[in-house]
Design a protein around this ligand. Structure first.
Ligand code: SF4
Ligand code: SF4
Length: 81
């Protein structure tokens, strides 16, 4: 099981990870993101790239191992490459 940590001290509660995660791993609670379903994570790392506060950490997952990149993140990456 992957360990996912949201730093609630820096999360601004924007909800982007909740909206963007294809596996519905996150939920908003008390104005902050919370990891609700860590077992469903498929290691795409889209949440990492979309979080404006850099508040999300996955242990032992690297970009080179990602399995899926959603369209919203692809369009965001195109702005930089
Ligand atoms: S890595 Fe992908 S599946 Fe896992 S929590 Fe982030 S957006 Fe969801
Ligand atoms: S995308 Fe980042 S800042 Fe926004 S709710 Fe998720 S963890 Fe918090």
């Amino acid at each position: 099981m992957v360990k996912i940590v949201v730093d609630t001290n820096v999360c601004i509660g924007c909800g982007l990870c909740v909206h963007d995660c294809p596996m519905h791993v996150y939920e908003l609670k008390d104005g902050r993101s919370r990891v609700a379903n860590p077992d469903d994570c498929m290691m795409c790392l889209s949440c990492h790239e979309i979080c404006p506060a850099n508040a999300i950490e996955h242990q032992d997952i690297y970009l080179s191992r990602r399995l899926y990149i959603d369209l919203e993140v692809c369009s965001m990456l195109r702005r930089f490459v």
